[in-house]
Unconditional design. Structure first.
Length: 143
């Protein structure tokens, strides 16, 4: 019997830790053909998303995938993210969190090298957005 990965358990624990401490949990995702996210917000083959309870609706953090609804530019989007595609989860306010190894896969065809642009939303809507905070460089990568 194959052992279950610790990654989904760590993601859920970090999400809970961020929430309990009043921080905003962000995930960094390597986007490929198995990932359903708004393509306009993918840059250089990845996207950073706010996964706080205020920014998401019907958030499910399972062992194989993360799924939720969120608003991007006023439009409700259904997001589907394989846990294997998550490269980091961190608190926006402090940068505390953890990095994870992601197996290279086919690059997202819509990715580009432009600077990240925040997804605009109505104030207070809690929409998932590109992170405005820089990705923490001190995150420990879990293999």
């Amino acid at each position: 019997m194959q052992e279950t990965s610790t990654k989904p358990y760590l993601l859920r624990a970090l999400h809970e830790w961020c929430t309990d401490n009043g921080y905003t949990p962000y995930i960094v995702v390597r986007v490929d053909d198995n990932t359903a996210v708004p393509p306009a917000h993918v840059h250089d083959g990845q996207i950073t998303l706010n996964i706080s309870h205020l920014a998401t609706n019907h958030l499910t953090m399972g062992n194989d995938y993360i799924e939720f609804e969120s608003r991007f530019n006023g439009q409700v989007e259904q997001l589907f993210i394989p846990v294997a595609a998550v490269s980091a989860l961190y608190a926006r306010e402090t940068g505390a969190g953890m990095g994870f190894e992601v197996t290279p896969s086919q690059a997202y065809p819509g990715g580009d090298d432009t600077d990240p642009q925040p997804a605009s939303s109505a104030s207070g809507s809690g929409a998932a957005t590109r992170a405005e905070a820089p990705k923490p460089s001190h995150l420990k990568v879990i293999k």
